[in-house]
Design a binder for this molecule. Structure first.
Ligand code: ADP
Ligand code: MG
Length: 322
């Protein structure tokens, strides 16, 4: 790639928050990082491929934001605090306007979440963006998918379904008379908000947690399976944003909420004795958390509507055809 070093220097050398626990950042063969004592390290990585994870003509600012956001969401789901990030980017051509916007999107979210970009790789080829994030969790407070127990209450943050509806609008496959609702829903896909502060607070409070990336139903199924429990989802409890309700009818809204992906909300279980503590946390971090069901002994996911079991089988988005 021509002038690779100048590009890295220009766009990626001081991106995000300048952290004191970075001894050596971008510029050497590797980064040297100073993990705090008493904390466990959490490592996550995610790849976004053009045409698969984002439309090829997506606004580069959104691609930069999402590439980091999906990783911050995984850190949040583990109860961690994000710290360092690495970026491996493959580009078909050097488009400086694209790079500048990409770096602006990545950088704004990195600054907002206390993350410093400390290294990466820049190559030419079909466009794809791989981001790694490293973060910490106080020893013993890590949140796993597997900690749920029968009787635990099942919650979800925010209003899942918005991002999938936003993508559908973005693709021109849906029309809505409300331009304001349309803008909000599109932004929920283009600029998702990873629930970092909520995840940090859930450590030591929630029994299990997963982030909702593949659709609520599919991700609840994963949490239930790893917790060796059955999950019950009550349709009438599902949160729905006013914007989603404005754009589609109730049945379609539920379909988006249960099966749409890309929300990056947190889905988690809390023992009933701690639900008041959860209310306090949700209030403190300013994120709505809705109880959508519970775990019981058994396996699988049961969907009910006012208590009556209804047939529902959609596994959400699966790679390799599923
Ligand atoms: P090497 O050949 O030793 O792997 P590179 O020339 O690829 O080194 O990278 C030089 C420096 O720039 C390294 O510190 C690397 O981590 C950093 N770097 C390269 N690409 C990126 C990128 N896209 N974002 C952040 N840092 C990068
Ligand atoms: Mg080297």
């Amino acid at each position: 790639m021509p002038a690779e070093f100048a590009l890295i220097e220009r766009y990626f050398s001081a991106l995000g928050t300048l952290r004191t626990d970075v001894a050596i950042g971008v510029g050497d063969d590797g980064a040297v990082l100073l993990p705090p004592p008493g904390q466990d390290l959490i490592a996550v990585v995610d790849t976004l491929v053009a045409g698969v994870h984002f439309p090829p003509d997506s606004a580069p600012r959104s691609v930069g934001h999402r590439a980091l956001a999906v990783n911050l969401s995984d850190i949040a789901a583990m109860g961690g605090s994000p710290a360092w990030s690495l970026l491996a980017i493959t580009l078909p051509t050097v488009d400086e306007v694209w790079l500048e916007e990409f770096a602006a999107g990545f950088g704004a979210l990195a600054r907002a979440s206390g993350v410093q970009l400390v290294g990466g790789d820049t190559t030419s080829g079909p466009m794809s963006v791989t981001v790694q994030v490293l973060g910490f969790v106080p020893a013993g407070l890590r949140l796993l998918r597997s900690g749920g127990r029968p009787g635990d209450l099942l919650f979800v943050s925010g209003t899942p379904g918005d991002a999938a509806c936003g993508l559908t609008l973005e693709q021109g496959k849906l029309q809505t008379p409300s331009s304001q609702a349309e803008r909000i829903l599109r932004d929920r896909f283009l600029f998702p908000t990873p629930r970092v502060a909520l995840g940090e607070g859930l450590g030591g409070l929630a029994s299990a947690c997963i982030d909702v990336s593949d659709g609520l139903y599919a991700d609840v199924a994963k949490l239930a399976m790893r917790s060796d429990c059955a999950a019950h989802l009550e349709l009438t409890r599902l949160p729905c944003s006013p914007q989603l309700a404005q754009c589609v009818d109730a049945a379609e809204a539920r379909r988006f909420t249960l099966t749409g992906g890309d929300d990056y909300e947190l889905c988690f279980t809390v023992p009933p004795s701690r639900s008041a503590q959860l209310d306090q946390l949700a209030h403190a971090v300013g994120v709505s958390c809705t109880q959508i069901g519970c775990l019981t002994a058994g396996s699988g996911v049961t969907v009910t509507e006012q208590g009556t079991v209804i047939e529902f089988s959609h596994s959400g988005y699966e790679h390799f055809g599923g």
